[in-house]
Every structure is written in C-alpha cells, then in structure tokens.
Design a protein around this ligand. Structure first.
Ligand SMILES: Cc1cc2nc3c(=O)[nH]c(=O)nc-3n(C[C@H](O)[C@H](O)[C@H](O)COP(=O)(O)OP(=O)(O)OC[C@H]3O[C@@H](n4cnc5c(N)ncnc54)[C@H](O)[C@@H]3O)c2cc1C
Length: 417
C-alpha cells in the first residue's frame, strides 16, 4: 500500500502542520518530529502570572488567502484591531484612521498632522491601485526597497517618518525599510482587504486549531532532529529513523550540512510585557513611536484587543523593539523611562511581566516570492522543504510552503495525483 509510506515531517510550526493536514487528506499518516514542547513554532503563547503572552507581538491578517483556506475564523473567535494607528510623541498623540481602505475617513484625516493632504490622497491612490492588482502580479513586479518605493510614489518625508516607517518597521522587523516593495504592497493590500486580528485566547490558538484537524498524524514533541543523511533521520537522543519521505519544515541548514551558509541571518525583535491598572490607549489599536531617539517602536494593549489576555483585571501592554540593544540589563528601566516620557505615567507604575528576545523572528529572503512550484521544494529524492523562508516571512507563506511540500511528496509517491 502506497499509503503505508513512512513520511516524517520535521517541525510542528504552521508549515509542518499544514503539510501533515494535506498528507492526511491524501490518505497518509505522517509523523511530526518537533524539538520543542508544543506546536506552533514561532506562533506560541505562554500563560504567565495571569496573562496570555504571545511570544513576540504578531497578528493574523484575515485577508491572507491561505489562512482563509485552512482556518475557521469563527472557531478562533478572532478579535480585530481598529485599522490605522495611534502616533505617540512626547507631549502629543494623534491617530491615523483606516489609511488602508476608508476614503470616507480621508477628510477627517486631512486635519491630522500625520502627513499632508497630498499624502492622504496618495494613500487613497495606492489603496485603489493595489486593490485592482492580483497578489501574483504584485510579486512579479520590480523589487526595490520599500523606502525607495514610498519616495518614488510621491509620499512626503513627514508621512514616511510618522507612519510608514514605524508601522512597517514593526512588521518587517528592520529599521531602514529595506524590505522589498513587493512585500510592502502585499501587506498593504492585505490590510486594505481585511483586518489585523488575534484569536481571543492568543496566537497559538491558530496552531492548536490546525493540530485539532489532524486525526491520523502522530506528533512527537521534545524530539529534536540532529541530522539527515539520505533517508536516515538521526535524533539528538541518538535514535535512528528510516523514512520513505521527509519534509523539513524548518530552515534546513543545521540538518543538511550541504546547505550550510546558504541563508542570511534572521531578523530579530525584542518584546516586553508590562501590566498597568488601565490602558492609556483605550482602543484596540497599534500605537507607534516614530521618534528615532526612542528604543520603543510600537506598543499595543493586548487587553484592548482581547480581554482574555488578562485574567487578573490588569491591562497588558506589549512593547516591541526592533533596534539593536547594547545593554540588555538596562533595557527594562530604559523602556519604562521612555513610557513615562510618552505618557506622563510614572515609570514605577509599569510592572514588568516578561521580556522575550526573539533572535530568529523573520527570515531574510533574497528574492521574495508568493508562489512555489511543488517541484521546487525537493532537495533530493525523498527529501523536501517547507517553511516561510522559501517565500517570505509570513503566516501565509508558511502555510503555502507546507501545502506545496505535501503536494510534492504525494506526487513523488503517486505521479498521477
Ligand atoms: C515576533 C514575530 C512576529 C511576527 N509577526 C508576524 C505577523 O504579524 N504576521 C505574519 O503573517 N507573520 C508574522 N511572523 C512570522 C510567522 O510567525 C512565521 O512566518 C511562521 O510562523 C513560520 O512558520 P514555519 O512553520 O515556517 O516556521 P516555524 O514556526 O519556525 O516552525 C519550525 C518548527 O520546527 C521546529 N524545529 C526546528 N529545528 C528542529 C529540529 N532540529 N528538530 C525538530 N524540530 C525542529 C521548531 O521548534 C518549530 O516548531 C512573526 C514572527 C515572529 C517571531
């Protein structure tokens, strides 16, 4: 029976879980080998001191085509962010409402100091332009840096510094807007077609929902793989496994020595959580700190988005830093001082809950793409790749790559599939 094949997937991130799901649909019963103690990979949530803490601030964009394909949004009880952002500067705060799609709001925005009226009209033009383009077209367009694209589109330095830079720094996790204009346009389009959202009980619910759909897959947690040679998997424990097919659903350079040195380092982010008696934003909105002197790039009260993030009545503030931090020992107190400067709330009122330093947050992909021919996932006979790094750093890409790798495995067993 072809369905008796021993298929192993390395990694229970979103990509590995989707690969398992697709293999199950074709009648296979794969085994996932996962190094950590849970599913989700980079999409994990911890319960800590009466709070739900996502390991790094991240959101699901509801317009992602792959997320729509695989996730039951109602089951996740998605909690949406208000579109736009609050801009925080010492002594002043203003909002940019729904820049991604609501032309009706342009008039009220015309009075906000985020940019000029011309900028606001340009935003409208950009939204319309991207709405009329298919995602595939966007990824076929010339790739320049996001910074160059924004300038060539005619946006002023004022709106770039106040809005685009801090907003997209928080998404791309780099400070110069060097990320490809293709990714900028894709993300902008996703924001204009849907919402940013989190599952009521934390981002990991996305992975838990996918895991819940698996009925024939065995998931072996705490099982790190050391190397792969031919069709042989060596576990860190010393055990050896023979596999008919292997999907490596994580970056493969540590497992396949022949691929060493082929990838750029990941982008990093630092995420600090604070508790406070109440939210000073008081709406489900991302707040940006555009001033380059500050370490803080963006912040959000998770409890304004979903009350379930706190079980103890306190408000939960998530702060993200994309800058290089030299002195980690002083980080918490520096951030508290910055929060005081922005909000006038005394630094001692910000109760530090936890800090996550995420060294491997987003892959730096040379040629950002959207589609992946199944055959491109094959490394050699029997061994296939999945993971976001094959396309672009996003939940959507991780899911696409998982689906495509499963397709390639199935085709290698049943060429008529
Ligand atoms: C802080 C942060 C913010 C983000 N923000 C967003 C966002 O807002 N929107 C968005 O779309 N995307 C965002 N992303 C990106 C998104 O989370 C990833 O693109 C996606 O989760 C990648 O999934 P993956 O399955 O490809 O990889 P991973 O999630 O990295 O999964 C790989 C799995 O393989 C396991 N593994 C690794 N090595 C081994 C081994 N040797 N043996 C066994 N198992 C192994 C790992 O433990 C892990 O579980 C963010 C990521 C981070 C970290």
């Amino acid at each position: 029976m072809k369905q008796d094949q021993n298929i192993y997937i390395i990694g229970a991130g979103l990509s590995g879980l989707i690969a398992a799901y697709e293999l199950e649909q074709a009648g296979f019963s794969p085994v996932i080998l996962e190094a950590s103690d849970g599913v989700g990979g980079r999409v994990r949530t911890d319960e800590f001191k009466g709070f739900l803490l996502d390991r790094g601030f991240q959101v699901l964009l509801t317009a992602y085509p792959e997320a729509q394909r695989y996730l039951d949004y109602e089951g996740l009880n998605l909690k949406k962010f208000n579109p736009g952002a609050v801009i925080l500067k010492p002594g002043t705060a203003f909002s940019i409402h729904d820049p991604f799609r609501a032309p009706s709001k342009l008039l009220s925005m015309a009075l906000s100091p985020v940019g000029s009226l011309k900028d606001k009209l340009k935003i409208f033009k950009l939204t319309q332009m991207l709405k009329s383009k298919r995602i595939e077209e966007i990824f076929e367009e010339e790739s320049i840096t996001t910074a160059d694209f924004l300038r060539s589109f005619g946006f002023s330095d004022q709106i770039i510094e106040n809005f685009f830079k801090p907003f997209f720094k928080g998404i791309f996790l780099e400070n110069g807007l060097e990320t490809s204009s293709r990714m900028f346009k894709f993300v902008f389009k996703m924001f204009s077609l849907g919402h940013a959202a989190v599952p009521e009980k934390g981002m990991q619910q996305i992975a838990e929902q996918l895991k819940g759909k698996l009925t024939k897959t065995q998931i072996r947690l705490n099982t790190p793989v050391k190397t792969i040679e031919g069709s042989q998997i060596s576990l860190l424990s010393g055990d050896q496994i023979h596999a008919d097919r292997i999907i490596i659903a994580t970056r493969p350079d540590k497992l396949l020595p022949q691929l060493k040195g082929q990838f750029k380092p990941y982008r990093k982010v630092i995420n600090l959580y604070f508790a406070l008696s109440h939210s000073f934003i008081a709406q489900p909105m991302i707040a940006l700190v555009p001033d380059d002197q500050f370490l803080i790039n963006n912040l959000v009260f998770m409890t304004d988005v979903s009350k379930a993030y706190s079980q103890n009545g306190k408000a939960l503030l998530s702060v993200s830093i994309t800058k290089e931090v030299k002195d980690m020992d002083k980080l918490f107190s520096l951030v508290a001082i910055e929060l005081e400067a922005i909000t006038k709330i005394k630094a001692e009122h910000f109760e530090h809950i936890k800090t996550y330093v995420i060294d491997e947050a987003l892959p730096q992909v040379e040629d950002l793409s959207y589609q992946l021919p199944a055959t491109n996932t094959k490394v050699y006979d029997g061994v296939f790749l999945a993971g976001d790094y094959l396309l672009n750093g996003s939940i959507n890409a991780a899911m696409t790559a998982g689906r495509k790798s499963a397709e390639a495995v199935i085709l290698s067993i049943q060429p008529t599939y």
